[in-house]
Design a protein around this ligand. Structure first.
Ligand SMILES: [Zn+2]
Length: 420
């Protein structure tokens, strides 16, 4: 069975390339969420021609699901025997093209063995790999012992709430129904991604007291207050964070430690407006704190709270409010998960080398599978080089797409319980 599947994938090489190029030509740019329905239909129509039952799940009730930009997901199921259900999930939204391209970002050019275009690596080549892994299993002709599901989902780049989170909330992906999930994100063809760090976005507002700018000593500057907080973050918090390293194999190495970034800052009067002499009474900043599995969210939040309180104590006349904006808990696939074992064996067979287990510096839809759906057996594995994601002239090596298709097909067979 396994050899026949690999032969079918080699035979389908040109089809896989054309399918990937067709996906790239659908400009599913997010924001705002263009052409989602076209892309869902393209994937669904193709799956329906290959023995899949297809359903479309629009994110009814979500504020971002609008008439102009409908959030439409597609899920196909190819049912064989009563064995395990393996779900292959790919997001089809792509980030805006940006500048610096030397080819049409939505043209699907092929050059020197690579396919070019926005989203080809992140992650339309991954969707192609999932789709053709399933098709090759079907074409190889033997009885399939379980069920292969493929979903194309929206909005991963903006949090995935109308996409994978929506499917999980509605029980379309859930523990008891879904046995294993593989997300073909671009993390390099010989690496298996077992999770990600946590995210804590928070907003701090400094409230001062307005006064005439010629007599600033009569007021209390919220901008100066925020400046003190930023200094405390740099001088006190940063060295502590840099000293913490996770046992989770996060790449690149700098992301093995806890980090913090200031997303934005806004204070005083608008710079472009007419200026008046005023001491700033409000200054706001948004922070992005990436925390480690070992830190946990409660300790992370408490540490921020203590820092803000300490600065407030040293800054007379300025009051600080702390508000949580978003929390994503870290995830980690269990070491003995069958999905890691199946991919490990398949990578060794297809590529002839041992895979590296890694974790992602940022989050992706894994969090919704683990936290909402409650499915622990989830990893990201797919074609495409991580460093090319979101770049100008984004591209993906055709050999990598074909190899990832083989790896995913063999791993899916193993997870469904097919004998070799
Ligand atoms: Zn992605």
């Amino acid at each position: 069975m396994h050899d026949r599947v690999l032969d079918e994938i080699d035979r389908a090489r040109d089809e896989i390339v054309e399918y990937t190029r067709d996906l790239v030509r659908i400009p599913t740019v997010n924001p705002p969420g263009d052409a989602y329905e076209d892309c869902a239909r393209f994937i669904g129509d193709h799956l329906a021609r290959h023995r899949f039952e297809v359903e479309y799940i629009a994110a009814e009730g979500r504020p971002e699901h609008t008439r102009r930009h409908p959030r439409v997901n597609v899920v196909g199921a190819c049912r064989g025997g009563p064995g395990p259900v393996v779900h292959l999930n790919g997001h089809f939204d792509v980030v805006p093209a940006g500048s610096g391209w030397t080819v049409d970002p939505f043209g699907g050019a092929v050059r020197d063995g690579r396919i070019y275009g926005r989203g080809v690596c992140d992650m339309k080549a991954g969707i192609a790999a999932a789709v053709f892994a399933a098709i090759a299993i079907d074409r190889a002709g033997s009885d399939v012992p379980g069920t292969i599901e493929i979903s194309g989902t929206v909005d991963e780049e903006s949090g995935g709430f109308a996409g994978v989170a929506y499917l999980a909330e509605r029980g379309r992906i859930k523990a008891g129904r879904t046995d294993a999930v593989i997300i073909p994100e671009p993390l390099d063809v010989d690496r298996i991604c077992i999770g990600h760090r946590g995210v804590y976005w928070f907003e701090v507002t400094a409230h001062g007291r307005i006064a005439h700018g010629s007599m600033p000593f009569l007021g209390a500057s919220a901008i100066d207050g925020m400046g003190r907080l930023l200094e405390a973050v740099r001088e006190e918090l940063l060295p502590r964070l840099a000293a913490r390293r996770t046992a989770v194999p996060v790449v690149p190495d700098g992301a093995r430690q806890a980090t913090i970034n200031v997303n934005g800052i806004d204070g005083g009067q608008p710079i472009d407006g007419i200026q008046t002499p005023c001491v700033a009474d409000v200054c706001r900043a948004v922070f992005d704190r990436r925390f480690l599995l070992e830190e946990g969210f409660d300790a992370t939040r408490d540490e921020v709270r203590r820092l803000v309180d300490a600065v407030a104590g040293q800054t007379p006349g300025v009051r600080f409010d702390l508000r949580d904006l978003m929390v994503v808990h870290p995830t980690r696939t269990p070491d003995d998960s069958p999905v890691i074992g199946a991919l490990d064996a398949s990578i060794r067979r297809v590529l002839g080398r041992a895979p590296e287990l890694i974790a992602s510096p940022g989050t992706y839809d894994h969090k919704h599978v683990a936290r909402i759906a409650g499915v622990p057996h989830c990893v990201a594995y797919g074609p495409g080089e991580l460093v090319l994601a979101h770049q100008p002239d984004e591209s993906c090596r055709i050999d990598d797409v074909v190899n990832a298709t083989k790896v995913i097909a063999l791993a899916t067979l193993d997870l469904m319980g097919a004998g070799r």
